[in-house]
Design a protein around this ligand. Structure first.
Ligand SMILES: Nc1ncnc2c1ncn2[C@@H]1O[C@H](COP(=O)(O)OP(=O)(O)OP(=O)(O)O)[C@@H](O)[C@H]1O
Length: 253
């Protein structure tokens, strides 16, 4: 379970990008984070993984506050967090299989990592993960030659190689066509249902959020203006989430 308490982040000399954000994300549930451009969605995900520091509050992953950890312990906890990016972040001159194997680096010694030494078991696991996302026959294709949807599936397999308990997905379908969108969202939904993972997804597509998520967090100007089950995300709630910043601030008091 992820519990976020009073999380705030101010980039130098600016309005808060995250303003006293609190919510809980449950294992086995898909939590969609929605809100207008600049609402703080990416900042929130990066903060949850402590890629952004100088923030305030508590980020409790399985009751351990990530913000209180020393670097070494944070690295260890981070292996439990898989990240999925809009632009995939693959190494394009490497094959799909090699990209997936890279996901195991977080769990390895530096030397083994530098030398890219992978055990037979790791190679079999990476192949199995590629098969799980429907890409077995593309294992030896260069990542740069794959379609956007295929790249994103490689990105998911790579994250799964870390053995995460939580996935943070930053606009994972923003660059995908409708068919690839469904394939990727189905995979993320399955990870929650079948493996009990905690899945957080930043989304711009409200209809996709309603179709796939259990829970919605609505952000506006760095504040949580909606936190509830999909069934409660009414038209009025949506209007508040997507209101102009001044209106949203007035409504939030
Ligand atoms: N590195 C940075 N330095 C300074 N300000 C930043 C930085 N990153 C983000 N911001 C500011 O923080 C606020 C939130 O940005 P963020 O990218 O988190 O929003 P978002 O909801 O993800 O937007 P989008 O939907 O457009 O991706 C914005 O006002 C943005 O200008």
């Amino acid at each position: 379970m992820l519990q976020v308490r009073h999380l705030s982040k101010i980039y130098t000399g600016k309005q808060p990008s995250l303003d006293d954000v609190s919510f809980t994300a449950q294992p086995g549930a898909v939590t969609a984070i929605i809100g207008p451009s600049g609402a703080g969605k990416t900042t929130l995900l990066r903060s949850l993984n402590q890629l952004i520091t100088d923030d305030a509050g508590e980020i409790l992953l399985e009751n351990i506050d990530l913000r209180q950890l020393k670097r070494r312990d944070l690295m260890k906890q981070r292996t439990k967090i898989g990240m999925i990016f809009q632009n995939y972040n693959l190494i394009e001159p490497l094959t799909a299989l090699e990209n997936v194997l890279h996901g195991s680096l977080a769990r390895k010694s530096t030397l083994a990592g530098v030398l890219s030494l992978y055990s037979r078991q790791e190679k079999e696991e990476a192949m199995a993960l590629l098969a799980d996302v429907g890409l077995q026959e593309f294992a030896y294709h260069y990542a740069g030659d794959l379609s956007g949807g295929q790249k994103q599936r490689v990105g998911i397999a790579r994250a799964l190689m870390q053995h995460p308990t939580m996935m943070l997905c930053d606009e994972p379908i923003a660059s995908l066509d409708p068919r690839s969108t469904i394939i990727v969202m189905d995979i993320l939904r399955r990870l929650a249902d079948a493996q009990g993972m905690t899945i957080l997804i930043n989304l711009h597509q409200v209809d996709i959020a309603k179709d796939y998520a259990d829970h919605i967090i609505g952000l506006n100007s760095g504040r949580v203006v909606f936190d509830g089950p999909v069934a409660e995300a009414t038209a009025a709630a949506m209007a508040a989430i997507y209101a102009a910043p001044a209106q949203a601030a007035a409504a939030a008091g």
